[in-house]
Ligand binder design. Structure first.
Ligand code: ADP
Length: 495
């Protein structure tokens, strides 16, 4: 972990404007358009980023295609690609402090979490896929003697990766590392409010020896360059993490353009289900509070619905509220902070609208509910607990992406399952029980890509993350991520 004095020394350092990376060269947007990068810590302008135009996106896609076509990357032996990727991870690690502080100033995540979940995770992810790629074999099919069926694995081509602002490096490298390891070329589109660290690690990728044109970065508005990327006729697959609304647009864009494959990770409204036989209420409450309030609730797998069995509801909610009230919310660059800033002013406004809407629908705010530390100019929100949330309420169904926990009580296991599954989402869930049979029944019954038992959050790179229902399709992390970035080709040979 870093030293507070070293962090403080970087607090106000000037940040150079972000530019586009196209074909190995740094460029301004055509026409020179830029967007302000506003720090959520104090609402001040940190720097600017280029606002790429459609023509810039076309250039980036053309550069990626050219790099793929001449096999300057995919033609290298997997062991050679591995070496470059490992060098890249080393360079990121060597720049960990600078990168972490830059990222926190850009997106507001508390630095204790960002150190692990951003730079730490990025380094680990890149190393993991680098190490994996020279251990993946093709297959020989069990055919009759007269023929030989070989199954080759090939890179897909040009991948468009559109990523969000909550964990730009973690989610960005979940896409970039397996994509690049497999030999594809990429056009990366970071979120407008969190582009700076992804630009910086792309610079480090060049330094590590990644050939020019293999990784291109276009920054700017989603509805501008993001949409242009989704409509490109020369992108083979789009991988995306973000909102359902944007996910739908990407599917439409695919249908209207070249039928590019689209893989979506779209967040959730994940139930954290606590049974009467929870065991240690204090510990479960503490972990559950962290499971919704860290990074100001801006976590796609956040346990944002507490479903708690009637017999333990009062005690559990009291313990959780106490843990939440004790959390240190504030300056994200302070190592002691447990929940930093909300990413942007529009995001904060949206969260507060959710709270007001819940009250109008008859739910009760029992903790927090308002903006805090407004005098800093930054965007901070108190951990918020809302009781009496009913299945028909918007707060029960829709993702807030903020520090807001919706509490609903239930009587028995059947009702718990019914409530857990009563949303369009299916990303994550938690189950707290000392009954082993019940734990396994719940794992089967709850519709989610990941079910945590007696814990919440934290699964590492070795296991897949993906949603069911309207939480998306495809998986990040683990060897299964390669399914998106590798095509199977059959060779059928007469013997
Ligand atoms: P959030 O609500 O979490 O910001 P978004 O889906 O709006 O989620 O943003 C996630 C990413 O999608 C960002 O990089 C954003 O710029 C991009 N994006 C937003 N709108 C579009 C769009 N119409 N086409 C392509 N990308 C988009």
């Amino acid at each position: 972990m870093f030293d507070q004095a070293d962090i403080d020394a970087l607090r106000t350092r000037d940040v150079s404007p972000g530019r586009l990376l196209i074909g190995g060269a740094w460029k301004d947007a055509r026409g020179g358009e830029t967007l302000d990068s506003i720090s959520p810590i104090d609402g001040r302008i940190l720097t600017t980023i280029a606002d790429a135009t459609e023509a810039d996106v076309d250039d980036a896609v053309a550069a990626a295609r050219a790099a793929f076509a001449d096999r300057r990357w995919s033609g290298q032996a997997p062991a050679a690609r591995k070496k470059i990727l490992l060098r890249w991870a080393d360079l990121i690690e060597a720049n960990a402090l600078d990168l972490t502080v830059l990222g926190v100033r850009d997106n507001g995540t508390e630095i204790a979490m960002a150190a692990k979940a951003e730079v730490g995770s990025a380094v680990n992810t890149i190393r993991w896929y680098a190490e994996a790629i020279d251990k993946i074999y093709g297959e020989i099919a069990p055919t009759a003697d007269a023929a030989l069926g070989l199954i080759h694995r090939e890179p897909v081509g040009v991948i468009g990766a559109i990523v969000p602002w909550n964990f730009p490096l973690m989610i960005g490298t979940w896409k970039l590392a397996p994509t690049l390891a497999a030999g594809n070329s990429v056009v990366l589109k970071p979120a407008e409010t969190a582009s700076l660290t992804l630009l910086r690690i792309s610079e480090l990728a060049l330094e590590a020896g990644l050939p020019e044109g293999v990784l291109n970065v276009v920054t700017g508005r989603g509805a501008g360059c993001g949409q242009a990327l989704s409509m490109s006729m020369d992108v083979d697959a789009l991988v995306f993490t973000g909102s359902g609304a944007t996910g739908r647009r990407l599917l439409e864009a695919s249908a209207k353009s070249n039928l590019k494959r689209v893989y979506l990770e779209l967040g959730g409204k994940s139930p954290n289900i606590v049974f009467d036989d929870v065991g240690d209420i204090g510990e479960a409450a503490k972990v559950s509070a962290a499971g919704i309030f860290r990074n100001s609730g801006q976590v796609c797998v956040a346990g944002s619905r507490l479903l708690v069995q009637r017999g333990v509801a009062d005690d559990f909610v009291a313990a959780l509220s106490e843990a939440a009230a004790r959390m240190r919310v504030g300056d994200p660059l302070d190592l002691a902070t447990q929940s930093g800033a909300v990413n942007s002013e529009p995001q904060l406004t949206q969260i507060l609208d959710f709270v007001a809407g819940a009250e109008r629908e008859g739910a009760r705010v029992t903790l927090g509910g308002s903006r805090i530390m407004q005098d800093t100019g930054g965007y901070y929100m108190a951990p918020t607990v809302i009781a009496d949330v009913a299945p028909e309420h918007r707060l029960f169904r829709d993702e807030v992406f903020g520090p807001v926990l919706a509490v609903t009580t239930f009587e028995g296991e059947d009702e718990a399952v019914r409530l857990a599954n009563a949303t369009d989402y299916g990303l994550a869930a938690g189950v707290w029980t000392q009954n082993l049979g019940r734990a396994h029944r719940m794992i089967r019954a709850v519709q989610a890509g990941v079910v945590h038992v007696n814990t919440y959050g934290g699964p590492d790179i070795t296991v897949p993350l993906g949603g069911v229902k309207q939480s998306g399709n495809g998986h990040d992390k683990s060897l299964h991520a390669f399914d998106k970035y590798v095509d199977l080709k059959t060779a059928w040979i007469k013997l």
